[in-house]
Unconditional design. Structure first.
Lengths: 175, 58
């Protein structure tokens, strides 16, 4: 085996190991107030109709939005307290990500790696899903005031999902 | 981070992750159920490199 091949073999990314074990414990210690903790038990909400009759929405913290929309504030130290509606019929070329907190180079090539809008369009067209809501939802996950975030962004998105969009199912995707 | 549904242009894998997530609606017995898929990121990266080199979708 060549030296290069031996080096590749030992690369933790190639053998599926975490690059920095314990990283998340470190982040929890560094930003303790940024972690939302819930002691309350949340019961399972069962789907009341078959998936092929259900209307699905997508909610993501990836920070994607329409190119025509106002960009989100990615520099504020406390985070952004607004969200964006993304038309469910949008294409990759309609969308852009403004985010500094995770690598989105590959999402810039293909938005579906983090916001699978085109895969959901296909599943709806094939009838596996009953349909899609008119809009999907996006916000920036970085936030240092989780209580305010819960009372504003989270509550507003939940209201929009249930009342405006009449969704039966929400696919929640962190970034 | 940033690749929860796989790699760019790997629509087969993206679709698989979405459909597996939706299957939870049918099979989950309790809130907070976690399903670990038998997908290795190392394998996905290799396939992604190949796709990028080939410049086409699966």
């Amino acid at each position: 085996m060549t030296e290069a091949a031996e080096s590749l073999k030992q690369d933790p990314r190639e053998i599926g190991q975490q690059l920095r074990p314990g990283l998340w414990q470190t982040i929890n210690q560094r930003y303790p107030s940024s972690m939302i903790t819930k002691a309350d038990y949340v019961p399972l909400a069962r789907l009341m109709k078959p998936l092929n009759e259900a209307r699905l929405t997508l909610v993501s913290s990836c920070g994607v939005h329409m190119k025509s929309d106002r960009p989100m504030d990615v520099c504020h130290p406390f985070g952004e307290f607004t969200f964006r509606r993304v038309p469910s019929g949008a294409k990759h070329s309609d969308l852009i990500i403004h985010q500094l907190k995770y690598p989105h180079d590959d999402a810039d090539l293909d938005i579906n790696v983090i916001f699978p809008i085109e895969r959901l369009q296909e599943l709806a067209a094939e009838g596996m899903i009953g349909g899609l809501t008119r809009n999907f939802f996006s916000f920036i996950g970085y936030n240092m005031d989780p209580e305010r975030f819960e009372q504003t962004v989270a509550a507003d998105i939940a209201c929009a999902v249930c009342e405006d969009e009449q969704a039966d199912v929400a696919l929640l995707v962190p970034a | 981070m940033g690749h929860h549904f796989g790699a760019p242009f790997h629509s087969t894998l993206q679709r698989r992750v979405v459909t597996e997530a939706l299957q939870l609606l049918r099979i989950a017995e309790a809130s907070g159920t976690i399903v670990t898929l038998p997908i290795k990121w190392a394998d996905v990266r290799r396939e992604a490199k190949l796709l990028t080199e080939q410049g086409k979708r699966l």
